[in-house]
Design a protein around this ligand. Structure first.
Ligand SMILES: [Zn+2]
Length: 77
């Protein structure tokens, strides 16, 4: 199986701000725009509204979670 590459959405910055900052920004933005599983209706519709606030598009359920990902279970580099 081929290794899946992370989309490089920080390419818009060109060579500015340094590679480490661009990489970290990229990881955060991908996590932020991802859809997560809603703890109430179990649909993958949980979306980011603002820092620490997440809402489900299906049932309107709103939770406070991590700043850029709703559940801080996975390890962050
Ligand atoms: Zn829901």
């Amino acid at each position: 199986m081929a290794k899946r590459k992370m989309p490089n959405i920080s390419a818009r910055f060109g060579s500015r701000y340094g590679s480490t900052l661009r990489k970290r920004w990229n990881i955060i933005m991908i996590k932020k725009t991802m859809r997560y599983e809603c703890p109430q209706c179990m649909h993958k519709k949980l979306e980011w509204i603002s820092v620490g606030v997440w809402r489900c598009r299906k049932c309107g359920f709103k939770i406070a979670g991590g700043a850029y990902e709703p559940f801080l279970s996975r390890k962050i580099r």
